[in-house]
Design a binder for this molecule. Structure first.
Ligand code: FAD
Length: 491
């Protein structure tokens, strides 16, 4: 989940009503139906197989879970000591049981697969953001506080919006430049994604598409949030997920979902087992892993590899993979994200009727307050930093990241320094088993890389968010895990 987070702001730049209204006004022929996919068991087929799953993130866990239920023998190799991968709830070093998400945070109401599994495991969902009376917009030292449901006047922020864009306000900007396309593009079901008719969107950047519609540089900067070079297709597909009626989180932390899967797979998962080499021949497939300083070879009938390509490009295959596949593994770009967390002794933003969230118009970042539905009086700010600013903060010494972010927060929410207790940060580019946040598909890559990404190679099947029609979402990871599991039993 990335970039178009803009519309997930508290008053929602685009409310459900706006969404329907704008569609009617624009007169675009789209369907309000959502691409529904549901958690369906893998049908038992043939004799039980031994299936080796690489990675205990959402994709590997769902594949292992359903294959085990279908009667197969499953072994999961996970490099780290916990399940969940990029679904990672941070509970330390916060006081009073507070928590925040380093990775996946929002579960749209249209993500039926994610919600099905949350329901299966008895997990409770709640809005990731409070409705709130007021929303705060910020740019270059200036703030605008708007009452919910009232027109937002962005003029005081001093950005170079056109007169028409200022008149439209944030909702109108989104309607004009994004929503007119995202509805058609996003509602295409997973199996048909991306359809050939969408090719033109894959071969231009979102910034160019917006510029061709007359968008000002300020509007492009605001809506693209660092992802100007993303293909319009990738961006608009992602945008559709943000347009859902509800954006929820799992009460208690999103990691409760992977942990529930992992509880059901306790005997199948081997933690602390980084895979360093993958081999196959006509009879079997093998992963070589390091455990207690030794190489261990784990053979199986089939393999589901869910490792991000940013990691897989450093792992040797024997025999070598075909050129197209290796090219996709080597070249699929990953977005950069840094998360910064600040803890305060009280939720001082409530004093002026704000939610603690802020819409940053001239910086590729979002500001949230994940403590809004957690008990106690202490508060958290979370900075969701994208691309260039994610890299900039990542390059600072750790202590300077929180200090720099606190300095910014003091301008966004004056009083931050007075109430600040401490902070922490999480850099996705620095995680050895992630090396980036999520796959992005820039201009041209749907034609050149996408056809090879999910293609099986011999006994190796590929899953993970990057191989799915929902890159950057749990839904995509789950969808791909189920797709690969079906491939394995049908092979
Ligand atoms: C900052 C951020 C924000 C996000 N926001 C959202 C959101 O709001 N909503 C949403 O639905 N999704 C969101 N996502 C996306 C979501 O988290 C991912 O799409 C999903 O969790 C990916 O699952 P996966 O199984 O494909 O990969 P991963 O979760 O990365 O799982 C891969 C697993 O493989 C392991 N591994 C890696 N290398 C090796 C190796 N050599 N040997 C063995 N194991 C290895 C890793 O440790 C990991 O556990 C976000 C992600 C990030 C990073």
């Amino acid at each position: 989940m990335r970039n178009t987070a803009r519309i997930a702001q508290p008053t929602g730049l685009l409310t459900r009503r706006d969404f329907i209204r704008s569609a009617a006004v624009a007169g675009f022929g789209f369907s309000l139906t959502t691409p529904k996919v549901h958690a369906e068991p893998i049908p038992p087929a043939g004799p039980p197989l031994h299936i080796l799953v690489l990675g205990a993130g959402a994709a590997g866990l769902v594949a292992g879970y359903e294959l085990k239920k279908a009667g197969h023998r499953v072994t999961i190799l996970e490099a780290t000591l916990r399940p969940g991968g990029r679904v990672h709830t941070v509970r330390e070093p916060f006081a009073d049981g507070l928590y925040a998400e380093a990775g996946a945070a929002r579960i749209p109401s249209t993500h039926s697969l994610t919600r099905d599994y949350a329901k299966q495991f008895g997990l409770r969902l709640a809005p990731y953001k409070p409705a709130g009376e007021k929303s705060l917009y910020y740019a270059a030292g200036r703030r605008v506080i708007a009452h919910s449901g009232q027109p937002v006047d962005l003029a005081p922020l001093g950005l170079s919006f056109t007169t028409e864009e200022l008149r439209m306000g944030p909702n109108g900007l989104y309607d004009k430049y994004i929503a007119r396309f995202s509805k058609d593009i996003g509602s295409i079901p997973g199996d048909a994604w991306p359809s050939p008719s969408l090719r033109k969107f894959g071969n231009q950047t979102i910034a160019n598409l917006m510029a061709s519609l007359g968008a000002s540089p300020a509007a492009i900067q605001y809506l693209c949030a660092g992802y100007e070079d993303d293909s319009a297709l990738d961006y608009l597909r992602d945008a559709y997920s943000h347009e859902a009626e509800e954006l929820d989180h799992i009460v208690g932390g999103n990691d409760l979902l992977p942990r529930a899967f992992a509880n059901a797979l306790a005997d199948q998962i081997h933690y602390g087992s980084p895979v360093i080499r993958i081999e196959q021949d006509t009879h079997s497939v093998r992963a070589v892993t390091r455990r207690a300083g030794q190489n261990i070879v784990v053979p199986a009938d089939r393999m589901i590899c869910t490792l991000p390509f940013s990691v897989l490009r450093h792992i040797a295959f024997a025999p070598r993979l075909p050129h197209g596949k290796q090219k996709a593994i080597d070249n699929l770009p990953y977005g950069s994200v840094t998360r910064i967390f600040l803890q305060y002794n009280r939720r001082f933003w409530l004093d002026e009727g704000c939610t603690g969230f802020a819409d940053m118009l001239d910086l590729p970042m979002e500001v949230w307050s994940p403590s809004h539905d957690q008990p106690g009086h202490r508060g958290l700010h979370l900075g969701y930093l994208y691309e260039r600013i994610a890299k900039k903060f990542a390059a600072f010494p750790k202590a300077d990241r929180t200090t720099s972010f606190l300095n910014l927060m003091e301008k966004v929410y004056p009083g931050a320094k007075k109430h600040f207790e401490g902070g922490d940060s999480f850099v996705w580019n620095e995680q050895p088993f992630q090396r980036g946040a999520y796959a992005v598909y820039p201009k041209g890559t749907y034609d050149t890389l996408a056809p090879y990404v999910s293609q099986p190679e011999g006994r190796i099947h590929f899953a993970g968010e990057h191989t799915s029609p929902w890159p950057g979402w749990i839904q995509g990871a789950l969808y791909s895990g189920l797709r690969a599991a079906r491939e394995v039993v049908q092979a």
